[in-house]
Design a protein around this ligand. Structure first.
Ligand SMILES: Nc1ncnc2c1ncn2[C@@H]1O[C@H](COP(=O)(O)OP(=O)(O)O)[C@@H](O)[C@H]1O
Ligand SMILES: [Mg+2]
Length: 293
């Protein structure tokens, strides 16, 4: 596919790519934030583990039908922040979320909100593909069955087609998912999330465990999926953020005066093109140009 030709394939090219990252114009649709519908409004969100803040005072809006990338060095709180968006931090003992987080204008942490319903609408895909030790079909059918949805077979096919996996697996739906390649497993996990008709897909470093070809397939998929869904992706790969996202948030670790406590802060959030070509903050510039990181 054409876009693979633009992907840096070697370490040398990848390193060279750090200084000047190509931002493809077709991924820049929706750059006009004023006209965009807000999916999430994150207002002064702080997340602490056992009383220690991991990210502090994060505010940003995430828009519908866009790919939003969260980038920044390890430990700056990217996973912590993305987990706030479907209340996955609720499942972590000692985690506490403060501030305000609106989803379609409603308080995501309001007393009447059912976190299970939240996780249906806002699906998540992790770094390491985590299919269940079941057949391909049963993996894709898992969510719809739990939620007692109808037309399971149709849903499974639609989800597998949406994840661009159908043609590869349609003749072996009964095969165990563990027999698939890593890239196929990750697309199956995406299909599993899609099968319950979500609204948003969160992806935390979805390509870290994949080879460049499988990575390219997932990247292509993200660009197609955003027409129907909204996507938030954590990536440590800046070329990937530049290639697939419309908007990028850059987070960094900040130390307190004693240098004993550290937490993540949002440094800059803007259209991806601006972040990679003309960022407002010199720390963003240093990070995206590879001077630090
Ligand atoms: N489950 C957890 N319990 C305690 N501390 C955590 C937990 N998850 C993350 N942290 C801490 O929160 C900070 C941010 O981590 P994380 O969100 O994983 O960052 P990133 O994804 O950017 O690498 C780190 O200091 C990390 O040690
Ligand atoms: Mg992480």
């Amino acid at each position: 596919m054409a876009r693979h030709e633009n992907r840096p394939e070697t370490a040398r090219e990848a390193a060279a790519g750090r200084a000047s990252i190509a931002v493809r114009p077709e991924f820049r649709q929706g750059a006009n934030a004023g006209a965009k519908e807000k999916m999430f409004e994150i207002e002064n969100v702080t997340v602490s583990y056992d009383g220690q803040p991991a990210v502090k005072d994060i505010s940003l809006d995430i828009f519908k039908n866009e790919v939003t990338a969260l980038i920044g060095p390890s430990g700056c709180g990217k996973s912590t922040l993305i987990r706030c968006l479907n209340r996955m931090n609720d499942l972590i003992l000692g985690a506490e979320v403060s501030g305000r987080l609106l989803y379609h204008g409603q308080d995501l942490y309001g007393p009447k909100v059912d976190p299970v319903q939240v996780r249906k609408m806002i699906g998540m895909v992790f770094q390491k593909p985590n299919p269940f030790p079941k057949s391909i079909f049963d993996n894709a059918a898992f969510g719809p069955r739990v939620l007692r949805m109808k037309d399971i077979e149709e849903r499974v096919e639609k989800a597998l087609r949406c994840a661009v996996l159908w043609d590869e697996v349609k003749d072996r739906l009964d095969q165990n998912a563990y027999e698939m390649s890593g890239g196929q497993q990750q697309r199956l996990c995406i299909a599993r999330a899609l099968a319950v008709d979500p609204d948003v897909i969160l992806m935390d470093e979805p390509c870290s465990a994949l080879d460049p070809i499988a990575t390219g397939k997932i990247e292509d998929l993200m660009v197609t999926l955003k027409e129907e869904f909204s996507i938030v992706i954590v990536t440590h790969n800046m070329q990937q953020a530049a290639r697939v996202s419309d908007r990028t948030a850059f987070l960094m670790v900040e130390l307190d005066a004693t240098e004993r406590s550290r937490w993540g802060r949002l440094v800059e959030y803007d259209e991806t093109e601006k972040i990679f070509t003309n960022p407002a903050d010199s720390r963003t510039e240093d990070y995206v140009s590879g001077k630090v990181g």
